[in-house]
Design a protein around this ligand. Structure first.
Ligand SMILES: *Cc1c(COP(=O)(O)O)cnc(C)c1O
Length: 338
């Protein structure tokens, strides 16, 4: 039995999800004729109380389309130093949008309104035009940390006052909603656009959604085509998304409980310097001198436990739909014996 904590992207569709996929009604989505995709987009827009949604192959694409729509070449985007949009999207902000980035150093990936206010460039021809603020909730490099809604609201007011667009990389927003007992609508009201993954915590094989206003999504649809993301009978994939939105959100509490239990076992080990606070489904821990992350990952692998060395002295474990109670218990036992 392999216990794979490398990412929540490694999940395979459940039999019930596969059954929903094979039964999907499909059509050509570039013509707007795929009933399953239309249903998924309407469902997502309704959940967030936003006007429209767009189904895309990946979260990188939904983020990059949003950034493209919100900026002009030469503009500046404000985000945390650890943000996926900056660190892990192949330099896409520069590549796709010709924009530069102002990096902030937040608390476990979370930036404040005060930091954003200080980072907005003055209206001066020497300076790049600041046009967009991107948040990430939960924060991946922050160990699955969640924003306080009150701070999001403060940044939203600031963006409105300064005429900046406000985008959320909500790849794992579902986890934050469950952990903080917040609703999708509360977030829909807070941002101009939100990117949400179906292929992470919700267990779909493929897919992300971008939600926003009607005009914005219309523009996004053209950018998706230009990025090569216009798919045809992708309703088979959308059907997995519909199934996941209906059946896989509430169960995220289990993943969070597993993460807390595993973190407790790791915290007491002689090789552990500290474990980042566990708020959702990600456990990140830093190692004392004398143990390197690749070494410990290799030792875990000998016990069929897969983790990810995210830095020379940091390891990340992510719980998800395919991690069972038994796997969690075996992992705890393995750490106890290491
Ligand atoms: C995974 C992830 C994305 C999107 O990733 P894709 O693999 O392109 O779907 C975006 N933001 C964050 C924080 C992520 O973890």
């Amino acid at each position: 039995m392999i216990i794979d904590f490398r990412s929540d992207t490694v999940t395979k569709p459940t039999p019930a999800m596969l059954a929903a996929m094979t039964k999907a009604k499909v059509g050509d989505d570039v013509f707007g004729e795929d009933p399953s995709i239309n249903e998924l987009e309407n469902l997502a827009a309704d959940m967030f109380g936003m006007e429209a949604a767009l189904f895309c192959p990946s979260g990188t694409m939904t983020n990059q389309i949003a950034i493209k729509c919100h900026t002009q070449p030469g503009d500046e985007v404000i985000c945390d130093e650890s943000a996926h949009v900056y660190q892990y999207e192949g330099g896409g902000i520069a590549f796709n949008s010709g924009a530069s980035v102002k990096l902030l150093y937040g608390d476990r990936g979370r930036i404040t309104a005060e930091q954003v206010a200080a980072a907005i460039n003055p209206d001066d021809p020497h300076r790049a035009h600041t046009s967009l603020v991107c948040l990430e909730n939960t924060s991946n490099r922050g160990g699955g940390s969640c924003y306080e809604l009150a701070e999001i609201k403060k940044i939203q007011s600031l963006c409105r006052e300064k005429g900046l667009a406000f985008h959320l990389d909500g790849a794992r927003l579902w986890n934050a909603l469950v952990a903080k007992k917040e609703t999708a609508k509360q977030h829909g009201e807070s941002f101009d656009s939100i990117s949400i993954c179906l292929s992470k915590s919700l267990g779909c094989p493929v897919g992300s959604l971008l939600v926003g206003k009607k005009d914005f999504i219309k523009k996004a649809r053209r950018v998706r085509k230009a990025f090569g993301g216009g798919m045809r009978q992708a309703g088979f994939l959308a059907a997995a998304g519909i199934y996941a939105l209906q059946h896989h959100i509430d169960r995220l509490e289990e993943d969070h409980a597993h993460a807390v239990q595993i973190a407790a076992a790791i915290a007491g080990k002689h090789f552990t310097k500290f474990v980042l606070p566990v708020e959702t489904n990600i456990v990140i821990f830093e190692l004392n001198d004398g143990t390197t992350a690749p070494d410990l990952v290799a030792r875990l692998k000998e016990q069929s436990i897969l983790g990810y060395a995210i830095a020379p002295n940091r390891i990340r474990l992510v719980t998800h739909l395919d991690i069972t109670k038994e796997m969690t218990e075996k992992t705890i036992q393995t750490f106890n014996e290491l």
